[in-house]
Design a protein around this ligand. Structure first.
Ligand code: UDP
Length: 312
């Protein structure tokens, strides 16, 4: 157990709320901050009875102040699905850019270690597969995904500048596709869309011909990787993601089978700039953090399907 205290921005979101659970269970005091544009109180409702938990409803884009000491600042606030950042393009740019600046400023003031939730989207539509941390990416800055991709690229640049200039301890995690309980049914991503469609017997919408690939990491594996990274001394970006790569059509078929659904699989237009392939090169996480994802895709999907059934 520990007496350390941390701020988690985006603490009511999908990943943020799992981080709150995890670090509270390890004895940390946790302050969660969220403006609730895509986060949900339901994700953290069970934590309000814990006297080591505090919630502040606030937009991280504005000046933030948290009274008392902080050992860690984890900046996880941001819309994170293509549908969400299409709905909130300017808040997405602002939270990645201005919000990262505010969170870094607070971490500097408190002498805290700062962790940035970055993304595999910094690699854009990658020309190399798998993607190592050394790959600079292939991003369209002005396409519909640019608001997220470029905000996160700026956030990484800002975080490295604070590390180099202010000598701050920073951790940058490039998170690859993650799934699990507390994803929003309507967030538009493949996993919640396919599960919801399959459970309702509605057509499963595969965009394009479904040959594009993703590599899906179950949320508990991600949280384990984030904890290991936070407690490492690695100040440069690290990929955390499951290297098991599947096509989106395979994902749709797997979800249809696991839900025992009779839904048809139908084709819809491929969104602009949709990456054709994505798989983390997780060698650095494996060797330097001794991290390896443990939950196979079907196991994680079954748990996620049960969650969607319970909350439908
Ligand atoms: N996708 C799909 N049908 C859907 C939602 C998504 O075929 O109903 C595709 C999407 O075009 C992309 C992949 O699934 O190729 C993963 O999309 P998601 O939104 O989950 O995340 P991304 O990796 O694109 O950020």
């Amino acid at each position: 157990m520990t007496s350390k205290r941390m701020l988690i921005t985006g603490g009511a979101g999908f990943i943020g709320s799992h981080l709150c659970d995890h670090f509270l269970s390890k004895g940390y005091a946790v302050v969660a901050m969220d403006n609730l544009i895509t986060g949900e109180i339901a994700n953290i409702e069970h934590l309000f009875k814990n006297d080591r938990f505090t919630f502040i409803k606030q937009d991280v884009t504005n000046f933030i102040h948290v009274a008392g000491p902080l050992d860690f600042v984890l900046h996880f606030a941001s819309p994170a699905s293509p549908v969400d950042y299409a709905h909130f393009p300017i808040p997405t740019l602002k939270v990645g850019a201005l919000g990262t600046h505010k969170a870094l400023g607070l971490a500097k003031e408190k002498g805290a270690t700062f962790m940035l939730a970055s993304t595999s989207e910094v690699y854009g539509d990658p020309e190399v597969n798998p993607q190592p941390e050394s790959y600079w990416g292939h991003v369209n800055p002005i396409g519909p995904r640019g608001v997220y991709d470029e905000a996160k690229r700026f956030a990484e640049a800002m975080t490295m500048a604070y590390h180099r200039y202010h000598k701050m301890q920073v951790r940058i995690v490039r998170i690859f596709n993650t799934y699990g309980e507390r994803m929003r049914r309507e967030d538009g991503r493949a996993v919640p869309n396919f599960i919801t469609q399959a459970l309702r017997g509605k057509p499963i919408t595969v965009y394009g011909n479904g040959s594009q690939t993703r590599s899906l990491c179950y949320v508990s594996d991600l949280v384990d990787g984030l904890d290991k990274l936070l407690h490492s001394n690695l100040n440069t970006p690290i990929n955390i993601g499951n290297p098991h790569e599947v096509t989106i059509r395979q994902l749709a078929e797997t979800i249809r089978r696991l839900t025992k659904s009779g839904s048809k699989i139908v084709s819809k237009p491929l969104p602009v700039d949709d990456p054709r392939q994505r798989r983390p090169d997780e060698t650095v996480a494996r060797t330097k953090l001794r991290w390896t994802p443990r939950v196979p895709l079907e196991t994680g999907l079954k748990r996620t399907i049960s969650y969607f059934k319970k909350t439908s």
